[in-house]
Design a protein around this ligand. Structure first.
Ligand code: GLU
Length: 416
């Protein structure tokens, strides 16, 4: 097995490739290599047994030339400042490639939420917001859900912030529960945006997807809804889904609704009666038409990229593919829909949520889906056109589009 790569170095390396392709001004390049601000916070949290545990958290604002920073908060035991730096940079490119008036940010707390009670999780969430409250805000930096954080957690965070400010500020965080000012359609928006991208990729490649197979790594919010929507919108048959405990496989297609129930009841996909358990590591190299990494970073690497059999890799996770793997996939003709385009549905509907919060006027699910489809389709086309123009992989193309927009904003502001 190769060594696990540092995600921030990967993000800088990816930017470097794009900078060269587009002939980016070296000063602008140097500015965009680094986060503009980052905060480290220490959080004392009262545990159920009466003890106090000390947690460590981060909030990174990579670039806010296009608007307030935007990006999720992760609760993960392996969190590091470099992962958050990388994820904040990818948020800058994600918002830019979608044409959203937002910059890039990300937050994280080193913790294992699966080992916390609901009360401990609530106190940790509130402690995090108290610690970063002075650095965030609806026109400063707007958090959202990410790995292992939920609408309920966003609700607690919004409440803590509102209590501190003595006023209602729903637009300071997105991905909230519907009764607290969440947007219709936010719950499945990351997956939906990815499915729209797969539809556009198939159109681009002249492929018919109805009845074709898909394997999904990750059974969180994004992975589960991708399985459902892949079937509903494109006729894709999900044959395998994995999570951190294992993988379940059924060549005829999994009953994804029943699998979701099994996962909620047992905490894992393992042992699902409608399929057989297979090693999780096999998922990425299964003989399927669409492969969807929907878990965490650094999954498709130089070690396994040569065995990927899928025609389309749709990156619903952030940073699932290393640069070495990218090169292997590109040379083998695998069509990669890069993360910050493919998974941008979430932040796009987060942006819609903020707009609705600002107007205190809420849209229908149909309206959200229509506007999301328009944005995803237009962004996909812009990236495909750049890939054609520069004759480069889609990831490099997506960077050229995003970086071009951020660089222009930096110049217009007089920063460089
Ligand atoms: N965490 C999601 C992402 O990585 C959503 C961010 C947001 O809605 O601000 O794109």
């Amino acid at each position: 097995m190769g060594e696990k790569r540092n995600s921030f170095e990967i993000a800088q390396q990816q930017l470097g490739v794009a900078a060269q392709v587009m002939g980016l001004d070296p000063t602008v390049h140097e500015l965009l290599r680094w986060p503009m601000r980052e905060y480290h916070v220490t959080l004392p949290v009262r545990m159920d047994d009466g003890s106090t545990q000390i947690f460590h958290g981060f909030r990174v604002q990579h670039n806010d030339a296009l608007g307030p920073s935007k990006g999720g908060i992760r609760f993960h035991p392996d969190e590091t400042i470099d992962t958050i730096r990388a994820l904040a940079s990818w948020m800058t490119w994600k918002c830019a490639v979608l044409g959203l008036p937002l910059g890039g940010g990300k937050g994280g707390v080193i913790c294992n939420p699966k080992k916390l009670s609901a009360g401990e999780l609530e106190r940790l969430s509130r402690a995090y917001v108290r610690a970063v409250a002075r650095f965030i805000g609806e026109d400063v930096d707007v958090p959202a859900p990410d790995v292992y954080t939920t609408p309920q957690i966003m609700g607690w965070m919004m409440d803590e912030y509102a209590t501190m400010s003595g006023r209602s500020v729903p637009g300071m965080i997105t991905g909230k529960p519907l009764p607290l000012g969440g947007s219709a359609g936010r719950h499945d928006s990351t997956a939906r945006g990815g499915i729209y991208c797969i539809r556009e990729a198939a159109r681009h490649l002249g492929l018919e997807l109805n009845g074709r197979s898909m394997a999904i790594q990750g059974c969180g919010n994004a992975g589960q809804y991708a399985a459902i929507l892949g079937g509903e919108l494109l006729g894709l048959k999900t044959v395998a889904i994995s999570d951190s405990q294992g993988c379940v496989y059924n060549a005829d297609g999994l009953d994804v609704a029943a699998l979701g129930q099994h996962k909620r009841a047992t905490g894992s996909v393992v042992g699902f009666a409608g399929g057989e358990d297979v090693p999780a590591a096999d998922l990425l190299t299964l003989d399927v038409d669409v492969l969807m990494p929907a878990a965490i970073e650094n999954q498709i690497t130089a070690d396994n990229a040569g065995q990927v059999k899928a025609r389309i890799v749709a990156e619903l996770a952030n940073g699932p593919t290393t640069p070495e793997a990218d090169e292997i996939l590109y040379n083998r003709g695998v069509y990669v829909i890069p993360d910050f385009l493919c998974n941008a549905g979430g932040v796009t509907v987060s942006y819609f949520e903020q707009v609705q919060n600002a107007y205190r006027f809420y849209w229908s699910e149909e309206e959200v889906y229509r506007l999301l489809d328009e944005r995803m389709t237009a962004s996909f086309a812009a990236v495909a056109a750049a890939a054609d123009k520069y004759q480069v992989p889609n990831r490099v193309a997506a960077y050229t589009v995003a970086v071009g927009r951020v660089a222009e904003a930096c110049k217009l502001r007089g920063w460089v």
